[in-house]
Every structure is written in C-alpha cells, then in structure tokens.
Design a binder for this molecule. Structure first.
Ligand code: IPE
Ligand code: IPE
Ligand code: MG
Length: 247
C-alpha cells in the first residue's frame, strides 16, 4: 500500500493526465548503455503509470511517445523505436485486458511504418469494448500538425457548405482536432527536468496545471504519479477569476 496514494482526494482526481515521457536517452547513457535500452526500460514506466491510473480511476491518460520532430533523429534510433512500439503493443495486450484499458492513438498515424499501424489498429479494435482507462498514445504527433490539420479539414467543410464560418467557435474547432473525443487534460507532467512543452497539445493545455519532475522517465514510479496528482489537488485553478469568486 502506498501512503501517498492514500492521501489522494478521490473526488478531486483529474479526468485526464498528459505526460511528456522524457529522459530515456540520458537514463541509458548515464548507465553506459545505448539510448534504446532507455526506451525499453521506459516501457515499464508506461505500464506502471497506466496501472496506477486504472487503480485510482483516472479516465484518460495521454502519453507523448513520438513527436513529429522525433522523425529527424538518427535512422537507427527511429527504427528501434518503431520496432519497440510494435513489440510493446502486442506484448502488453494482457495488461490492457487485466486493467480494462482501451488503447487509443492521436497523431499522423499514416506516417508510421505499416507493421506499426497494423499492430496499433489491431490492439485498438481488440480493446475497443474496454470501458476503463483510455490510454492515448501520441504517435508522430505534434500540436501544430494537429491544429493545421484541423484548420484544413474545417476549411474544406466550409467550402462544401457543411459549416458556416460565422458559427465557428471553440467547440467546433476542437471537434476537428485528433483529441476531440477527450476532455482537456487537467494535469501535464514532464519528466527529466526539462521545462518546455515541445509541441504537445498546444490547444488543449490552455488551462492545464503543469508539473515538472526531475526524475528521468525510466525511473518514474507509481508514487511519483501520485505525488504529482497530490500537488495538483493542492492548487487553486482560477480560470481567470479571482480567489474570492471561487469561494
Ligand atoms: C523520450 O526520451 C522518448 C522519446 C522522445 C521517444 P528521449 O529519447 O528524448 O531521452 P533524452 O531526452 O534524450 O534523455
Ligand atoms: C518530447 O521529447 C517528445 C516525446 C517525449 C515523445 P523530446 O526529447 O523530443 O523533446 P525536446 O527535443 O527535448 O524538446
Ligand atoms: Mg528528450
């Protein structure tokens, strides 16, 4: 039993947590290993965090697994990451079943190698009836790509007469994003001590609470997640109002 977990306020849990899982490369290099072994060990943190979210009842967990910009890394690292992705998705099916997890994905999935896309589609359809945690992988994702793509699709619908440009509002715009099915995250966690967003969920993070943790992703434990949630629960979210107005 975790003492930190016990301190969580059950009716104040975020419905959606987003995580920038950073520091795999540094973790491995620090141990004199290849960067890819950091990515491999990082999979265990993914499993721990997904289980923790399921246990406490968080509905949505979005994990930044591969950015649009990450395609520019050395080919051997990109290839190894894609292979790891295929192996992980098939290897973790039992975790998804045991925890009633539904696998989802956001990003420019057409860019993924065919084997990856097939494995992903298979796992998403196999878990589509699960109604526990939505585990949303951001793959070949960048927020600017998503926003531009939404703009293009919306312009097309305007040209087709499907929507009236004068009626476009935040809700309509949001419905064109790849995150349309999910509420905006209340909490964003980034590991590895970096304090930046790196093109992640730019629209959705407008009022998200940001939490930065110095641990490298492969070292991230369930208690680190609970600590982040506890910190979030102590904050006052004002959305532009005054404290007095909230009372
Ligand atoms: C995050 O770890 C995982 C991906 C971006 C795929 P990094 O690979 O960025 O690790 P560092 O930041 O170089 O340590
Ligand atoms: C962000 O990490 C992307 C993922 C975690 C998948 P990066 O390591 O790519 O980000 P930068 O380059 O440090 O901003
Ligand atoms: Mg990094």
């Amino acid at each position: 039993m975790s003492a930190i977990k016990d301190k969580l306020i059950k009716d104040k849990l975020p419905q959606h947590i987003a995580i920038i899982m950073d520091g795999n490369g540094r973790w491995a290099m620090g141990k004199g290993m290849e960067r890819i072994s950091g990515h491999q060990t990082g999979v265990e943190s993914v499993r721990r965090v997904a289980e923790a979210c399921s246990e406490i009842g968080v509905q949505n967990l979005t994990l930044y697994a591969f950015s649009t910009e990450n395609w520019n890394r050395p080919k051997y690292e990109v290839d190894a990451l894609m292979e790891l992705l295929v192996r992980t998705i098939s290897g973790e099916m039992q975790t998804f079943i045991d925890n009633n997890i539904r696998l989802r994905a956001i990003g420019n999935l057409d860019q993924l190698p065919e084997a990856c896309r097939e494995e992903l589609n298979l796992a998403m359809s196999k878990t589509s009836k699960h109604d526990g945690l939505n585990l949303i992988l951001a793959l070949s994702y960048s927020a600017r790509w998503d926003i531009l793509n939404a703009g293009k699709k919306m312009s097309n619908d305007v040209l087709q007469g499907i929507i009236n440009p004068l009626e476009i509002n935040e809700n309509i715009f949001k419905s064109y994003l790849s995150t349309a099915a999910f509420p905006d995250p209340e909490l964003l966690i980034r590991t590895s001590g970096e304090h930046r967003i790196s093109n992640f969920l730019l629209w959705e993070l407008a009022y998200t609470e940001l939490y930065f943790c110095d641990k490298l992703w492969p070292d991230f434990e369930k208690d680190d997640l609970y600590t982040a949630i506890l910190d979030y629960q102590k904050r006052e979210r004002r959305f532009g109002l005054t404290s007095e107005q909230l009372r």
